[in-house]
Write a protein that binds this ligand. Structure first.
Ligand code: GDP
Length: 365
């Protein structure tokens, strides 16, 4: 019998067909890493309603985008989320830089989650971000405990656009957060003027954080801002600052009594606390919830939200007219020429403005 090795099938020099060399780059990793699947409007809405914070974050980015296609999509997402929104308490928190907003919000957030459960979102309106293209508020690194809490969502202020635009985006973000099941929304704003009005126009309770200083505590605080406050809290009431804080609280109480009673029928309260040491935090939030019960009872809660909805309708009209005018390329060219003739004294500002507006209305007709 012939030896099997003589059979050509077993010849030692047979070259087997090899296998494909393995790619140095994992093709799956590459696909996942660089090409993110585009989400549809329904993907966003379903993700948000399921409480998926990654998708919520992406939807907020869409709201903040200046690309028209993104804005269009964002509006569709917001519209679909709207029926699921509104079931939260919205609290505005204002104070000058250094007043202790981030320290306090960190404590407030943890207190609320421990005492009331639910989920908390921290948003911000930051007028300085337009200039710095960055945000000083709502930064995760400033709220250490809340930032790592699974039931919290922290988002810095939208960076681009006018204050009106920034505020509108924050308001739209509130709707998305509520649809995602966040039932406590804190809107932080820096205490330097107009941004407070914008913040006030989207919250149920406006909390003003103050510091005890030396001398006249009320100096430098605009009357309008005090009138907006539903509660004033004096922070840093700790160590040898306690007496000064209590004195400041008395001065604020006296000043508030001189104002006419607010529309809500609620007499704004003044409290002292320490965000850093955690003293008096419970009392601050007992006050907020007392207010909410009070205005829900007398109907002001609903009324204020309706008034705010109306206000935002007019704000949106103004913003869109403004954008439509200034983003029109023909108008943009004309603007420079008209500006020049105004500066050179050839035309009055009113004539120049009228000519531009006439041209604009003729263009869009
Ligand atoms: P923000 O700019 O309003 O956000 O203020 P921060 O929360 O960053 O606080 C400004 C400074 O005040 C920080 O150095 C804090 O440690 C300090 N601070 C905040 N809250 C308190 C407080 O309750 N007591 C004391 N003593 N210091 C505080």
């Amino acid at each position: 019998m012939e030896h099997p090795e003589n059979n050509p099938e077993y010849a030692g020099l047979t070259v087997n067909s090899g296998v494909e060399p393995v790619s140095a780059i994992n093709p799956y990793l590459q696909r996942n890493r660089f090409v993110r699947r585009k989400l549809s409007v329904d993907d966003y809405v379903n993700g948000i309603l399921a409480g998926n914070v990654t998708i919520l974050g992406q939807a907020v980015t869409l709201v903040e985008s200046t690309i028209p296609a993104h804005q269009q999509m964002a509006q569709e997402v917001i519209e679909k989320c709207l029926p699921y929104s509104g079931k939260s308490i919205r609290v505005g928190i204002s104070g000058v830089p250094g007043a202790g907003k981030s320290t306090s919000i960190d404590e407030f957030g943890i207190h609320l989650l421990n005492e009331k459960g639910g989920k908390i979102a921290v948003l911000a309106i930051d007028p300085s971000s337009e200039r710095t293209k960055g945000s000083i508020l709502g930064d995760k690194t400033r709220m250490e405990k809340l930032a790592v809490h699974p039931k919290s969502f922290i988002r810095p202020s939208p960076a681009a656009g006018s204050l009106g635009g920034v505020a509108r985006k924050t308001r739209e973000t509130i709707i998305l957060c509520e649809a995602a099941g966040f039932d406590k929304i804190l809107v932080e704003t820096v205490g330097v003027g107009q941004s407070e009005t914008a913040c006030h126009s989207m919250v149920d309770f406006f909390l003003l954080i103050q510091l005890a200083g030396t001398g006249d505590e009320l100096q430098g605080i605009k009357r309008g801002i005090m009138e907006m406050a539903d509660g004033i809290v004096i922070n840093k009431c700790d160590g040898n600052n306690v007496d000064k804080c209590q004195l400041a609280a008395t001065q604020f109480r006296n000043a508030l009594h001189l104002f006419p009673k607010p529309e809500s029928g609620w007499q704004p309260e003044v409290l002292t606390y320490s965000g850093f040491y955690g003293y008096g935090i419970k009392e601050v939030w007992d006050m907020v919830y007392r207010y909410i019960d009070f205005v829900k009872e007398n109907g002001y809660f609903e009324y204020r939200r309706n008034e705010q909805a109306k206000y935002w309708m007019y704000e949106s009209i103004k913003e869109q007219l403004h954008n439509s005018f200034f983003q029109n390329s023909t108008i943009a060219d004309m603007l420079q020429a008209q500006e020049k003739s105004v500066l050179e004294g050839q035309k009055t500002s009113f004539v120049a403005a009228k000519q531009l507006l006439d041209a604009y209305f003729a263009l869009i007709r």
